[in-house]
Design a binder for this molecule. Structure first.
Ligand code: AHR
Length: 350
């Protein structure tokens, strides 16, 4: 080979080698910085140890979220991602189950296989968790329930529950509705329930009935699930109006999104929401504050979705060997009428 040809060959071979090396390191970078894989994302720089276990220097939290059915749910996801996803102390593995329990079970098994330090679970329904939670317990991974509760015989299958008192929310909603309309006024209520089998739906139903059942003037004439979504809330309210029309005095919606769907249905039916039909709902998202401020809805029972900081603290305490409370409750209040909604609007965080 001539000298110039040899030089050209060496130059070409070196460039090819450099290109291959760059391509390989690019791929590694993508997988450790959290590309989307079967609904799971990772945030925070990963530092797996020699055995392939997740970050040895950070607290690794696997969070199985239900989905994105409501404004409340989106706010909860953002709170967890903001607190644990952009942190030097945590690595967050996030999985969106798209409303399916089977996806949550798969996500939990994947977190167990990855040997995360803590599992956070927002369970879509109350039942059916024994097997997978026993697997987590056997692997020595503590499970923190976020927002919704579960029904298990062996209470040691989870360490703590962070969230609201849903029975109390239902009771407060009913009390304020009776205050607003008057104890002696005959009132027909239709109920828009949350997801069937969810603790927030079961307990909000129970709490509301606890109070309503004590007053003979108040009756729940129809009750159906709207699955915590705006579109289904509207659909179910349309059906209620079709069958019971002018007989409906009030709506109790297990969340704001369904109430907002009901508001649309009532307007399309030709009645005035907030006046002809009174509305009480749970959550406290921005859109419902606007609706109450406009006189289209009446009562907001707050349920705080900003659970990221409490989850972070609980995970840190657990890793430091501290005992944590069995139920870490969130502070909440009730807002009644346009004036209270207008006054609160500028400070709302979700
Ligand atoms: O479990 C909490 C409920 O789930 C919220 O009230 C609702 O908006 C959400 O989808």
């Amino acid at each position: 080979m001539k000298r110039t040809n040899r030089l050209m060959f060496i130059l070409f071979a070196s460039l090819t080698l450099l290109f291959l090396l760059a391509a390989c390191s690019g791929q590694e970078g993508a997988s450790s910085k959290g590309e989307k894989k079967e609904g799971t994302t990772t945030s925070g720089t990963s530092g797996n140890d020699a055995e392939g276990n997740a970050s040895p220097d950070k607290i690794v939290v696997g969070f199985s979220q239900i989905g994105a059915e409501s404004g409340w749910r989106t706010a909860e996801t953002e709170s967890v991602k903001e607190t644990l996803g952009n942190s030097d102390e945590f690595e967050l593995k996030f999985s969106d189950a798209q409303q399916k329990q089977e996806n949550q079970i798969k996500a939990l098994r994947s977190f167990i296989a990855q040997k995360v330090d803590v599992i956070a679970l927002a369970p879509v329904v109350e039942s059916g968790w024994e097997t997978v939670l026993t697997e987590a317990k056997d692997a020595g991974i503590p499970v923190i329930l976020l927002d919704r509760g579960i029904e298990v015989e062996d209470e040691s299958l989870y360490t703590s529950f962070i969230g609201s008192d849903f029975v109390l929310e239902g009771e407060n909603g009913a009390k304020e509705l009776i205050n607003l309309i008057g104890e002696d006024v005959e009132t027909n209520i239709v109920e828009l329930q949350g997801t069937v089998g969810a603790s927030s739906a079961n307990d909000r139903m129970k709490g509301f009935k606890n109070v309503i059942d004590q007053n003979d003037n108040y009756k729940i004439i129809k009750s159906q699930t709207g699955d915590f979504t705006r579109s289904k809330g509207k659909e179910v309210m349309e059906a209620f109006l079709k069958s019971d029309g002018d007989n409906i005095d009030a709506v109790y919606a297990h969340n704001d999104d369904m109430a907002l769907g009901a508001i649309q249905a009532i307007e399309e039916y030709g009645l005035k929401p907030g006046e002809d039909i009174k509305i009480v709902s749970v959550d406290g998202i921005g859109d419902i504050f606007e609706a109450v401020a406009d006189g289209k809805s009446n009562i907001i029972v707050e349920c705080n979705p900003l659970l990221g900081p409490q989850l972070a603290q609980a995970a840190k305490d657990l890793m430091a060997g501290k005992e944590i409370e069995r139920w870490i409750k969130t502070e909440e209040t009730v807002f009644v009428g346009a004036e209270e909604a207008k006054a609160a609007l500028p400070d709302r965080q979700y």
